[in-house]
Structures are given as C-alpha cells and as structure tokens.
Design a protein around this ligand. Structure first.
Ligand SMILES: [Zn+2]
Length: 229
C-alpha cells in the first residue's frame, strides 16, 4: 500500500468538543460500520461504549459529517432544553446500533437473521421515512428531509437510511472484521486488506509479530549457547 493510500486512514478530526473529550476512533470506512464501531471490543473485558450520552452521539454524528455545524449547534441546544427526550433518542440509537451489529454478524456467519431484528429495523426505517418528502430541484425530483434541524432524532434517521441503503447493496459481502473487533469495508482489488486501520492496528500487529520473532530468536540463541557450553 502506498503512502498516498495510507493517508486516507489519518482521519481529519473535528475536535470542537475540546481536547479532553474522549473522542471515538473513526475507523470503519462507512457510517454504518463507524456506528457499530462506537462500541469497541464488544463482548470482551476491554469493551468500551463511546456513545453514553446524547451529546456524545451528537459529537460523533458531527465528526463523521452526518450533520453540519449549524445543525449540530441547534441540536446541542435542543438536547440541553429537552434532556429527557434526548436520552430517549440515545436509547433508540443504541438499540439500532445493536440490531445493525447482530444483522451483520449473522450475515457474516451465514446464519439466519432473527425476524425480530428485521422488524425493529423496519420500524426504525418507517420512522425515518415519515420525515422525508419529495421536492423539485434544478436536477429533478429529489428526496429531502422535512425541517430536520430541530429534531433530536435527525442524526439517527440519517444513519438509519444510510445503513439500510448500504445493507441492501452488493457491497455487504466486503465487510470484514479486524483482529481488534472493528468492522471495515475491504474494497481493495484483491480483497486482501487485513486491518481496520493499517496505521494503528496494522502497526501494532506488525510490531507484536516482530517482538515475537525477536523473542523466539533470542530463545534459540540462548538454547544454542547453553548447548555449546
Ligand atoms: Zn483494527
């Protein structure tokens, strides 16, 4: 992989929440997989959920450019004024994220997907669709969101529509899971990408392997020396 190709793994971070904020890694290549990866090392003792408040969900949505600066500012104020409602939206986002994870996990393991997961995704899709209408533009008839800026659930509707659009495409078969647990999309020509992020995970893995090789060589040297003694 050339340095140019690797540059895309250096995320252009938007750090509006300040230096001390615990920013979520942005690995995952597409919003759906980035969304699932906000619960990192799922099912292990090192599991960490980066979405534990509506504000964190909003900051993440803004960072991966689901929403623009203005919408982010308005929703932050809305969440401050309607704290309970914002908490409810976060719960819905967590449920949707779990369903997307289970769906992909079942697909990757070639297992039948439980009907309950599909039903819940259909409900989430129906809710998002209620806020879409058609408008005439210079380019023709287009779908558009209906006055979304004051809707706390707006980022969730966008991620839901984007995720379902991807999941109904042929690219689903290119989803892979890194040794760190993160999902990513392997669109390389030979489908031989091995890490969610070659600059972080790949580096760690390569240095671990290097250390293992070094240790085993030192062990062999020691054994030979002992034999020669
Ligand atoms: Zn990884």
């Amino acid at each position: 992989m050339t340095n140019n190709n690797l540059n895309r793994f250096v995320p252009a971070r938007i750090t509006r929440a300040g230096k001390d904020f615990d920013y979520c890694p942005l690995d995952g290549d597409i919003p759906l997989l980035q969304f699932i990866n906000t619960h990192s090392k799922r099912g292990t003792l090192q599991a960490k959920d980066y979405l534990t408040s509506y504000r964190e969900f909003l900051i993440w949505s803004h960072e991966i450019k689901l929403i623009d600066d203005e919408t982010s500012d308005i929703l932050e104020l809305e969440a401050y004024c309607y704290e309970r409602e914002a908490g409810g939206i976060l719960n819905k986002a967590i449920i949707a994220r779990g369903n997307f994870y289970l769906l992909i996990d079942h697909i990757m393991h070639d297992e039948p997907v439980p009907a309950a997961i599909i039903n819940e995704l259909n409900d989430a899709n129906d809710e998002a669709n209620r806020h879409i209408h058609y408008v005439m533009t210079p380019y023709g008839l287009r779908e558009a969101w209906r006055s979304p800026q004051e809707e706390l659930a707006f980022p969730l509707w966008i991620i839901t529509k984007s995720a379902l659009k991807f999941l109904t495409s042929a690219e689903v078969k290119y989803i892979k899971r890194c040794h760190c647990g993160h999902f990513y999309l392997d669109t390389t020509k030979n489908r031989n990408r091995r890490y969610c992020n070659p600059l972080t995970c790949g580096k760690i893995r390569r240095s671990k392997k290097y250390l293992e090789r070094l240790r085993s060589r030192q062990f062999e040297d020691l054994a030979i020396r002992k034999f020669e003694d």
